[in-house]
Design a protein around this ligand. Structure first.
Ligand code: PGA
Length: 261
């Protein structure tokens, strides 16, 4: 079976200007270096706002940092009259590896449907960016359909109709757990991750399912991360609030030290 390297992703959302972003990445790098973090054991990526990407890319490049860079969104279109949009080509030029697609805040406040998410995933594939496809159910959906139905449906919709699948990551984030302090239990997260993986295996292949990283997100902190990552089904975490604090986020990246406790 393919070894999936745990992925620790920090979604800054609409926080921090580029100077604050640089300071945070520097501190994160020092903190992880001090702790002798091995990036081969856990990949670490930050997802700043668009105006910070260039500055942080320059820092990563100049100082040879191992922290990876991601964007929070991508246009479904490649170029043209789409005021306010940012193209995959422009992102790729900044040595960006990852792009969040379909975060519940985009689905909720910007009316992103499964079709829009699918078109953005296609744009990411065209530009050799790895989409981190966010899926998850609201509290009402949880009560009506159980935990896995909506995330599985959203996953398959995002992956449908592509000529060829590039690498992708799925982030299972129950909407009711985002920014609320109310977390899914590790068992709930592992069970939904398994159902998503099984659905990918059925729809595509065992090979695609085995190599795809499935993350949990929603109120993850250094104190609760180990519970999620103890399950072989969960391959990392997507962290919002706690990624804005370098020490807390590095504690999450170093989850392995909590595993034996
Ligand atoms: P949170 O956000 O960690 O602040 O709950 C997670 C996310 O929205 O990705």
């Amino acid at each position: 079976m393919t070894k999936r390297i745990p992925f620790i992703a920090g979604n800054w959302k609409m926080n921090l200007d580029h100077q604050q972003g640089i300071a945070l990445v520097q501190k994160l790098d020092w903190t992880l270096k001090d702790a002798a973090h091995n990036y081969a054991d856990a990949e670490v990526a930050v997802f700043p706002g668009f105006t910070s990407l260039r500055s942080i890319q320059t820092l990563i490049d100049a100082d040879g940092l191992e922290i990876k860079l991601g964007a929070q969104d991508i246009s479904a279109y490649d170029s043209g009259a789409y005021t306010g949009e940012v193209s995959g080509q422009a992102l790729k030029k900044l040595a960006i590896d990852y792009v969040l697609i379909g975060h519940s805040e985009r689905r909720q406040y910007h009316n992103e449907t499964d079709e829009v998410v699918q078109a953005k995933v296609a744009a990411a594939f065209r530009h050799n960016l790895v989409p981190v496809i966010c899926v998850g159910e609201t509290l009402e959906e949880l009560e009506a359909e159980g935990a896995a139905a909506v995330p599985v449906r959203q996953t398959l919709a995002a992956l449908a109709g592509h000529d060829a699948l590039g690498e992708f990551v799925i982030a299972y984030e129950p909407v009711w757990a985002i920014g609320t302090g109310q977390i899914a239990t590790p068992e709930q997260a592992a069970s939904v991750a398994k159902k998503i993986r099984d659905a990918i295996a059925t729809e595509f292949s065992e090979d695609v399912a085995n190599k795809t990283r499935i993350l949990y997100g929603g109120s993850v902190k250094a104190a609760n991360v180990a519970g999620f990552l103890r399950s072989p089904e969960v391959d990392g975490v997507l962290v919002g609030g706690a990624s804005l604090d370098a020490v807390e986020f590095s504690g999450i990246a170093r989850f392995q030290k909590h595993l034996d406790l």
